[in-house]
Design a protein. Sequence first.
Length: 306
Amino acid sequence: MNPIEIAVKNAHRDERAARFLITICGIGAALVPFFIGGFLLLKGSDTFLLFGHSLGEFLLSGQWAPSDTAVGGGHVGAAMFLSGSLVTCGLALLISLPLSISTAIFMTEIASPRTRRLIQPAVELFTGIPSVVYGWIGLTVLIPFLRHFFTMPYGFSLLAAGCVLAVMIFPTITTMSADAMAAVPKTWREASYGLGATRWETIARIVIPAARGGIFTGIILGLARALGEALAVAMVIGQMKVFPTSLFLPASTLTTAIASDMGGAMEGGEYSAALWTMALLLFLLSFLFIFVIHRINRASQLKGRA
């Protein structure tokens, strides 16, 4: 073979090798969540199959006293942790959502290009701050402030955890919402202005409805991060194993309970199995959020085609 044919053959061989490597990496990355889910299902199902507890007891009961032995016989009601997670995430969303949407509107519709170039990196900088920094600031600044301002007995509370989580999910919701609003065609805005609408009418009736799918996606991604956060929440929530009866009192969440108790639970015991079941519940909730995201995006695409 002449040098040209040899070069062509080597190029094709390198291309096949690169394609094979990329394919293996892509398939492997796609299979990792399923392997994680299968492992969690294997470990978390022991609560029901090995120790004989029911799903209703786990989700609805508030009695949490699992036995740290392989014999079992304790109570594995995780309702207090589940309710604590839901209340904390809901409070974080309630605090963060107005600020995030307002910031996204300002970045895309009001701010000049120069101002936008300054604000956007500042917002994205929040995502690079480690969780322990958020928790430490909450512990040293937010807790004393809340204890003094609201005359709270502890300072550690659901309110503190919600505030910390609100700051943590703020950049996710803001960035996703701003990208969705920026993707709305300028011709739609011009058409709205041509019909006599004001800027705020255009934002409220054209931009936000058109970007609704991206905004909802950002909200769900923010909720997913809030639901899975452990360290920062554990530093400010107080970690009391009680139902959340007040925003000004300590409580606990699924992630804080797992993080604080998993290291001391006996492997193969009822306590460890209950914690693995809580981890499986978190995984299923995250999977549900991803499913909702895909449904929203698909509905938005079908609506756009119509």
